[in-house]
Design a protein around this ligand. Structure first.
Ligand SMILES: Nc1nc2c(c(=O)[nH]1)N[C@H]1C(S)=C(S)[C@@H](COP(=O)(O)OP(=O)(O)OC[C@H]3O[C@@H](n4cnc5c(=O)[nH]c(N)nc54)[C@H](O)[C@@H]3O)O[C@H]1N2
Ligand SMILES: Nc1nc2c(c(=O)[nH]1)N[C@H]1C(S)=C(S)[C@@H](COP(=O)(O)OP(=O)(O)OC[C@H]3O[C@@H](n4cnc5c(=O)[nH]c(N)nc54)[C@H](O)[C@@H]3O)O[C@H]1N2
Ligand code: SF4
Ligand SMILES: [Mo]
Length: 689
């Protein structure tokens, strides 16, 4: 039997068809408009059966009697475990107040509706601390888009004549987008890639700008300068639909290509040619990616990129960058239930906390601050859902130290991860193939797609929604969680749109609720305070931030430990995100682990030669925060003076944990984003072991 659903083994949310035999998943295939032979394969999806039925899957709740004594877990019933967790929620509320409990959410594993459920739960319980990891992934960028033209745009690749891929590596991270780029390229679209690494896309690009990590804002301002000074902008759009053009013109004057190119590892010609190609080959789109995230200036540099879209008249035009058409969905978070005056531990980032009606709070570093420093107040209990922060958070040794101090820690996961090993209680969650849910990507961007349960839950695992609702009932909050099935709650959420789960299932695939429309701003304006695209943002000014992108002081050189560059002279880049794994996930799946060659540090042959480093030797990479040991690989994908480190092998071996090296002390002032994407480091030869 074949069933349609959405794969959630990573955040790309690909629509897939699952083959089920005798109730078991036997295969899952990505849907694609390309003929079978030309499709991009996803190894993780090919291993879906191995992941879902892994012998390491958690099949029952686990309780540890005494974490301090290091006692091991024992298996327990859901009844006993949920009673224990509910009891802790109650006793900690009594002793320390409800705000001292935090619900920390990890990767996109189940973004979307379940985000609303955790928020609803915590709001009714009385804590403002439902916190996601969006400061390092996507949401900081989304805020920059929203503050510029009211929403995060999506590139309309297929109709585009010029595609700028800015800090994104779709060949390894998003096969759907990759196929669309190839499609457009075959139809003659120009491809410009801005990336410090020669990725697959960079290799096939018409122009590849090998930028110095973290300096994208400066490049964007320089491109803006080139476009304005050569009159290549869309004068009508700028006149009718933007505020702050004159201020931008002034600010961009500091970024003349001749002046800034060398400092960002480019030539003036590269910058000028890219600016001209982008501005004169319309319609053009820019896809910005996680390469812009995890930088001290993520917010302002993404704003500068967003401004380029408007300046060239590409916002919400076919082949440009489209403003989404979200369907009307009921906001079920019940934020109004929070007692007056209770503020989140992330209160230092007020604009980031409030820029979106349902995103909620995403400055996750504040969780660690609050546990360690008891500021703005202490956190005593943590629920970690779909994340492995002991490995994935910046300066993970600091995070681990904090988690050890907690009175109580609960982890919802499919596996015993490094984070789960620290918990008092582990609750076995069902995988994405075992639960029905709506995810955020498809709520925001009409058409809507349902993620369908295609198999029964493995063992005694439960879907996240069920765990949340059952816990709520035990805390006497059942009246706010009356639903007994995923379908019931989703129908309630979708009611304002006139859409039901049955309709989505019948539709089998994407369902467009509203006709595709362009230039919607002509009718309703942009969703900004002025109704226009805000090059200059009064809101930012009032909040104490620069109203137009500017790069001064720290944000001019946003790489971590820049001040210590004499001792740490190389630029370390956090990558590569290979096709076999999602962050710390699947290192325990032999069919995937065996296909990957290992964890490497890529070093340019020129640097290897001057530092006498041999291919295959062990290299210790050090920063002021710590060190890792990785195998050296000669590679011209990196710029001399920089190295690229394998991402997220810390789950397998702590000595490989890239976040031993990263910094969580300095952060983007608007979004609280640490600079863990790139850092100054040094290389030391290790004796062969
Ligand atoms: N230095 C540096 N730091 C980074 C990054 C980087 O590139 N460099 N990347 C950043 C980015 S973009 C992200 S998104 C984060 C990722 O950080 P995390 O969210 O911590 O990433 P994962 O390792 O994918 O952890 C997801 C966990 O959820 C579990 N899981 C999977 N599906 C489900 C489910 O349905 N329910 C539940 N309850 N659990 C589930 C998985 O088993 C896994 O343990 O890391 C960030 N940190
Ligand atoms: N296989 C796989 N797929 C995934 C994931 C995974 O872990 N594995 N994770 C999922 C998640 S949560 C996310 S957020 C997405 C992210 O997917 P992408 O947005 O593609 O992110 P990355 O691959 O981390 O980085 C993109 C590119 O940014 C470049 N880069 C690094 N620093 C800079 C810089 O300073 N400037 C510029 N311009 N570029 C820079 C890197 O070299 C890389 O080629 O992928 C999702 N898909
Ligand atoms: S890229 Fe692969 S793992 Fe990620 S959602 Fe798509 S099919 Fe699943
Ligand atoms: Mo992410």
């Amino acid at each position: 039997m074949k069933k349609d659903t959405v794969c959630r083994l990573c955040s790309s949310c690909c629509p897939v068809t699952a083959t089920i035999e005798s109730g078991r998943l036997v295969k899952a295939e990505r849907k694609s408009s390309l003929p079978e032979k030309k499709r991009v394969r996803c190894p993780k999806l090919q291993a879906a059966v191995d992941i879902v039925y892994s012998p390491e899957r958690l099949k029952t709740p686990l309780i540890r009697e005494n974490r301090k004594s290091g006692a091991s877990f024992r298996e327990a019933s859901w009844d006993e475990t949920l009673d224990l967790v509910a009891g802790k929620f109650e006793s900690i509320k009594e002793t320390h107040g409800p705000q001292s409990v935090c619900w920390l959410r990890g990767m996109a594993a189940d973004w979307g509706a379940p985000w609303d459920y955790a928020n609803r739960f915590m709001n009714v319980y009385g804590s403002p601390n439902t916190i996601g990891n969006g400061a390092v992934c996507h949401v900081a960028r989304e805020m920059a888009h929203t503050y510029t033209y009211g929403a995060m745009t999506a590139p309309d690749f297929r109709q585009s004549r010029c595609i700028v891929v800015w800090g994104k590596n779709d060949g390894d991270t998003n096969p759907q987008a990759f196929e669309s780029i190839i499609f457009a390229k075959q139809r003659g679209a120009k491809l410009i890639v801005i990336d410090p690494i020669r990725t697959g896309l960079a290799a096939m690009a018409d122009m590849w700008l090998q930028i110095k990590p973290g300096h994208d804002g400066i490049l964007a301002m320089s491109m803006i300068h080139e476009i304005i000074s050569n009159n290549l902008f869309d004068g009508d759009f700028v006149q009718d639909w933007t505020v702050g053009f004159d201020a931008l013109k002034d600010a961009a004057g500091d970024f003349e290509a001749e002046k800034i190119a060398q400092g960002i590892w480019l030539t003036p010609e590269e910058i000028k040619n890219a600016a001209r190609a982008y501005a004169t080959t319309g319609p053009a789109c820019i896809i910005d990616g996680n390469g812009l995230d995890m930088q001290l200036n993520v917010f302002q540099q993404t704003r500068a990129v967003c401004i380029l879209r408007g300046l060239t008249g590409n916002v919400d035009r076919p082949g440009g960058d489209l403003i989404p058409q979200p369907i009307p969905i009921r906001n079920i978070q019940l934020r109004d239930r929070l007692p007056e005056g209770i503020r989140s531990v992330a209160q230092g980032y007020p604009l980031f906390n409030t820029f979106h009606e349902t995103w909620g709070i995403n400055a996750q570093s504040c969780v660690v601050d609050a546990i360690l420093n008891e500021k703005p107040y202490p956190l005593k209990m943590l629920v970690v859902q779909s994340g492995n922060p002991a490995v994935t958070m910046a300066d993970s040794n600091r995070a681990v130290k904090a988690f050890q101090m907690l009175d109580f820690m609960v982890v919802l996961d499919l596996f015993i991860t490094k984070t789960a090993k620290m918990a008092h209680v582990v609750l076995p969650a069902s995988s994405s193939f075992e639960k029905t849910q709506l995810n955020r990507a498809f709520i925001r961007n009409n058409p809507v797609i349902l993620q369908n349960q295609v198999i029964d839950c493995v063992g005694d695992s439960w879907p996240d929604w069920k765990i949340t609702f059952e816990l709520a009932r035990r805390l006497g909050m059942g009246h706010e969680f009356p639903w007994r099935s995923a379908e019931a709650v989703i129908n309630y959420q979708l009611e304002p749109a006139g859409v039901t789960v049955d309709m989505l299932r019948e539709h089998s695939g994407p369902m467009r609720v509203e006709e595709l429309a362009h230039e919607k701003y002509q009718q309703n304006g942009f969703k900004t305070p002025s109704g226009k695209m805000e090059i200059y943002s009064q809101r930012l000014k009032d909040g104490g931030y620069s109203p137009i992108p500017d790069f001064k002081g720290e944000t001019l050189n946003p790489i971590s430990f820049y001040a210590e560059r004499t001792d740490f002279p190389m630029v370390g880049i956090s990558g590569a995100r290979t096709r076999y794994f999602t962050h710390s996930q699947f290192k325990n799946i032999p069919s995937l682990l065996n296909r990957e060659k290992g964890c490497f540090v890529d070093i340019h042959p020129h640097d290897a030669h001057t530092q006498d480093i041999r291919e295959g030797s062990n290299l210790r990479i050090e920063t002021p925060k710590g060190s890792v040991v990785m195998t050296a690989r000669m590679s011209k994908v990196v710029h001399p003076g920089s190295v690229r480190l394998g991402w997220c092998w810390g789950e397998l071996d702590s000595r490989l944990n890239l976040n031993n090296l990263t910094d969580d002390d300095k952060r983007d002032p608007v979004t609280g984003t640490p600079s863990s994407r790139s850092f100054m480091c040094r290389l030391m030869k290790e004796k062969p072991s």
